[in-house]
Design a protein around this ligand. Structure first.
Ligand SMILES: N[C@@H](CCC(=O)N[C@@H](CS)C(=O)NCC(=O)O)C(=O)O
Length: 219
């Protein structure tokens, strides 16, 4: 039986806005049987060590399918679709098309929409100065949890290097010239491990050649 970790009690401004809605929507569409574990956010349930063991960033939604745990709403929705054999075509091209648009939602459209939320919360009236502090604080929160994830592991998702490492290292590259990774030695080492791969070195060289720049200028 699938357990959906969604919100039971939450601060009033969050009501109706939370991403457990996406997971539950997919459960309802697929007809898979499930129960809900209603989290008490107001009592700090998401911050507990126990919850941190199933939720890499101490967030909801998470599902637990008889011991197989999935976090991140896009991954949850895709898993449920794959499991039910609904909401996703059976052929590899059709499935990739669905994956593409899940990523488009989660990594292209959503971050900017979240920024609009942050501006609304922190960039008004007396709190205007807070925006500049809050955004890096949020970044440090994610990086800290990545640091935790990397304890005792070489790669982010599996024992071997996978597509997830290309994505994660690719995303981290955008902060390589800042000091944001400095407090996180495992993350820094991971970042360097990813970029030490011969395929990355080749990629960088080919890219530099294509763009007519020196590799050292873009490293
Ligand atoms: N990228 C995650 C984001 C999940 C997320 O933002 N969850 C929020 C509720 S919508 C949460 O758990 N907030 C509580 C917190 O961050 O402490 C996903 O898509 O699942």
């Amino acid at each position: 039986m699938i357990t959906l970790y969604g919100f039971g009690r939450i601060f009033p401004e969050g009501v109706g806005e939370t991403k457990d809605l996406r997971a539950q929507w997919a459960l309802e569409e697929t007809g898979l049987p499930y129960r809900v574990h209603a989290l008490d956010h107001t009592a700090g349930e998401l911050d507990s060590d126990a919850y941190g063991r199933i939720s890499p960033f101490h967030q909801a939604p998470v599902i637990d399918d008889d011991g197989f745990v999935v976090a991140e709403s896009a991954a949850v929705v895709l898993y449920l679709a794959e499991k039910a054999g609904k909401l996703i075509p059976g052929d590899v091209q059709g499935r990739t098309c669905v994956v593409q648009w899940c990523f488009a939602a989660a990594s292209t459209v959503e971050p900017t929409l979240v920024c609009i939320d942050l501006i609304g919360i922190f960039d008004s009236g007396k709190a205007a100065h807070k925006l500049h502090a809050e955004v890096p604080k949020l970044a440090r929160r994610w990086l800290g949890h990545l640091e935790r994830r990397l304890e005792g592991r070489e790669w982010i998702a599996c024992a071997d290097f996978t597509a997830a490492d290309i994505m994660m290292a690719g995303v981290l590259r955008s902060i390589r010239k800042t000091d944001l990774m400095q407090p996180f030695p495992r993350l820094k080492a991971y970042y360097e491990r990813c970029h030490a791969r011969p395929a990355w070195q080749r990629t960088l060289g080919l890219y530099a050649e294509r763009l007519g720049v020196s590799v050292d200028d873009i490293r």
